[in-house]
Design a protein around this ligand. Structure first.
Ligand SMILES: C[S@@+](CC[C@H](N)C(=O)[O-])C[C@H]1O[C@@H](n2cnc3c(N)ncnc32)[C@H](O)[C@@H]1O
Length: 226
């Protein structure tokens, strides 16, 4: 019998409400996406590397890119990249978090949307950010999300928390939830089975050691029309 998974909306709203990724020191910060979204040692190198990429993209294309941020979380990271983008659509499945982001970041001109990447249509954009999102999903869900992403965007900026080195077993399955594959010595590698995402180019732009592994950011060139 196939097990029915709890909807992502209720899983991730509960994670925020129960503080399963921790709580901010600042009590005003009602929603907290975890240390990976706040620790400067993890966030600063990412922001620097993606900023360089966005500058480069802007130079080549002649205008700032339209960006879609899937699983934007509490937007501590996205807020720092927002000025380098033209239209910025920030999506998350957790409705109260999106409502809170709309108020907190009112001045940034961000289009915050409640979107479940598994079931809803994905907004259009030139570049998609997917930072520390797939690592929380089951393999079946990752496969669904990647299929949609590959059909919609040309450039995927993907960040995953992985074991150090290259000799780990990729893509062990797990249930959707607040934990990641690292404790089982695994991590999500989208170009390996069972996902085998078709890409024409991959570039690692950032790799930071921390929390028992590495936070790696790759840019994947996709072919949405094919
Ligand atoms: C750890 S947070 C990362 C936040 C942000 N990307 C960052 O790096 O700071 C993961 C986010 O993915 C969101 N998420 C998980 N499943 C999702 C889904 N099916 N659709 C949209 N967002 C989802 C969660 O609600 C959560 O906010």
């Amino acid at each position: 019998m196939t097990e029915i998974e709890e909807p992502a909306q209720s899983i991730f709203t509960r994670i925020y409400e129960e503080g399963l990724w921790g709580r901010a020191n600042d009590t005003e910060q009602a929603y907290y996406s975890g240390q990976g979204s706040h620790d400067p040692a993890m966030v600063d190198p990412y922001v620097n590397a993606v900023s360089l990429y966005l500058h480069f993209h802007t130079l080549i294309i002649g205008k700032k890119p339209n960006v879609v941020d899937l699983g934007c979380g509490d937007f501590n990271v996205g807020a720092r990249l927002r000025p380098l983008c033209h239209h910025y659509v920030a999506c998350d499945v957790a409705t109260p978090l999106i409502q809170w982001n709309r108020k907190k970041y009112l001045d940034l001109g961000v289009d915050f949307r409640q979107v479940d990447i598994l079931t809803d249509p994905l907004p259009d954009g030139d570049i998609v950010f997917l930072r520390q999102v797939l690592q929380y999903l089951s393999n079946a869900q990752i496969a669904v999300a990647l299929q949609k992403i590959a059909k919609t965007y040309r450039f995927l900026v993907l960040t995953e928390h992985l074991p150090s080195g290259n000799s780990f077993t990729a893509n062990l399955d797990k249930r959707s939830g607040s934990d990641i594959r690292l404790s089982a010595g695994s991590g999500v590698v989208v170009t390996q089975p069972p996902f085998s995402l078709p890409v024409t180019q991959v570039q690692t732009i950032c790799e930071v050691a921390g929390y028992g592994g590495v936070l790696r950011t790759d840019i994947f060139h996709l072919s949405p029309g094919s």
